[in-house]
Design a protein around this ligand. Structure first.
Ligand SMILES: [Zn+2]
Ligand SMILES: [Zn+2]
Length: 133
């Protein structure tokens, strides 16, 4: 048996597929039921309204959506928040703008790395030449 600390409540528990202790699994399942029930009756609600009505934290609702347990496809006003800037998005972790910005930053970092290693290369050759003299 593989023991670990429950990431939700911190108690020691026997590891399982849900990555939570049995008490937390029950609580999360109850939270899910509340959300699912509310969503069935309130198709036009927002994620904030859902959180307020069910007292389920936004973070947990976001998690349900990311896990695919709650689908936002039938709820036009439900949205996830971009993890970088908080803009409402319909899927993934980042809005289009942040996704573009991050891939651009990434390319620039790569370019900078390449030019840095190129100049280091020159420096190394130079010092070797120096030593030879
Ligand atoms: Zn727990
Ligand atoms: Zn963003």
């Amino acid at each position: 048996m593989n023991l670990g600390n429950c990431p939700r409540c911190g108690k020691l528990y026997a590891k399982n597929l849900r990555d939570m202790c049995p008490v937390c699994i029950k609580e999360v399942d109850k939270q899910y039921e509340l959300c699912a029930e509310y969503l069935r009756k309130n198709k036009g609600c927002t994620i904030h309204e859902l959180s307020e009505a069910t007292e389920v934290p936004m973070k947990q609702i976001t998690r349900f959506i990311r896990e695919g347990r709650i689908s936002i496809l039938n709820h036009p006003n439900m949205a996830l928040a971009c993890e970088s800037c908080g803009t409402p998005i319909r899927e993934g972790n980042l809005c289009m703008e942040c996704r573009h910005r991050i891939s651009r930053d990434f390319r620039e970092v790569q370019k900078a790395d390449q030019s840095r290693s190129a100049s280091e290369g020159t420096y190394n050759t130079y010092s070797i030449d120096k030593q030879r003299e």
